[in-house]
Design a protein around this ligand. Structure first.
Ligand SMILES: Nc1ncnc2c1ncn2[C@@H]1O[C@H](COP(=O)(O)OP(=O)(O)OP(=O)(O)O)[C@@H](O)[C@H]1O
Ligand SMILES: [Mg+2]
Length: 269
């Protein structure tokens, strides 16, 4: 099962959620592949993998380029690496890293069939994984369209701020209107994950109250993720949040495990 994690709005918590879910799924015994589909390469760095001139390893950009119509599927298999995390569950996690040169794929958008290249790259490459999480850039352009063409479902990540909610609505509507045109008519929005919640902030409570009406209550996954310094610290350190070992980090890791369990229900459905 492939899940595209997106929001039109930047900084909504897509990558924090992708990385948190990946660690949680692996802790729960599942094999999970993270596809970093953002030229910012934030997921790669947060999982301890940097691609630069000194470390020229294959990236998702190479896999997409190698997956033109007529080429063999599964090119992404060559780009799968392990995260540089010491946790024992890391051996159940694969990462296809990214680098800023992923921007070069965008100019190919007008080529016939280009939108199917990530699907072709992953077909056969992610068979051994229970879940593939695709971390999308803050855009509904070609890179996100590659993800939506490849995915079985999309999950929106938002923080409870007006613009972020709007960005998630645009993703939902985009999924509904363009799935068929992307060659993926069964694509659906499977859930909305709410992150960076400040419970004491009136504006956040107001946005949270409206989400059920906006998306349908069954689509808004619980629990929500609170704003926690532990998440920022994990992001800075390029480590899974649970590894920080403090009470807040342990609590956050538990929330990601609950969300991962919710995601697995979706996979089973
Ligand atoms: N629950 C949280 N508590 C505290 N900080 C958070 C939380 N979630 C995300 N952040 C912080 O917010 C910032 C943006 O998060 P993140 O990079 O995951 O968003 P994004 O949607 O992937 O951004 P982009 O659109 O640039 O890809 C990061 O610096 C991260 O540390
Ligand atoms: Mg991101």
């Amino acid at each position: 099962m492939r899940i595209a994690i997106g929001n039109h709005k930047g900084g909504s918590g897509k990558t924090a959620t992708t990385v948190g879910l990946a660690a949680a799924l692996a802790e729960l015994g599942r094999r999970v592949l993270v596809v970093d589909l953002d030229p910012q390469a934030n997921a790669s760095r947060r999982m301890g993998v940097r691609v630069d001139a000194a470390h020229p390893i294959p990236t998702i950009s190479d896999a997409i380029r190698a997956s033109q119509t007529g080429e063999a599927p599964g090119a992404a298999a060559e780009a799968i690496v392990a995260p540089d995390w010491p946790e024992p569950y890391s051996d159940r996690i694969g990462l296809i890293p990214s680098r800023f040169d992923l921007e070069n794929r965008i100019s190919e958008a007008a080529t016939v069939g280009a939108v199917g290249r990530l699907r072709r790259a992953l077909d056969g490459a992610d068979d051994d994984f229970d879940v593939t999480l695709i971390d999308c850039p803050p855009s509904l352009g070609h890179l996100t369209q590659l993800a939506l063409a490849a995915a079985h479902a999309a999950v929106a990540v938002l923080d409870p701020e007006y613009d972020s909610v709007e960005g998630a609505v645009r993703l939902r509507d985009f999924v509904a209107t363009t799935g068929a045109e992307l060659g993926n008519p069964s694509l659906r929005l499977a859930g909305v994950i709410v992150g960076r919640v400040r419970a004491q902030l009136g504006a956040h409570s107001y946005q949270l109250e409206g989400l059920g009406d906006l998306f349908g209550p069954e689509l808004v996954w619980s629990p929500t993720v609170p704003e926690r310094a532990a998440i920022k610290d994990a992001v800075d350190e390029g480590a899974p949040v649970a590894s920080l070992g403090n009470v807040a980090a342990t609590g956050v890791a538990e929330i990601y495990r609950d969300l991962a369990t919710r995601l697995l229900k979706e996979v089973a459905a």
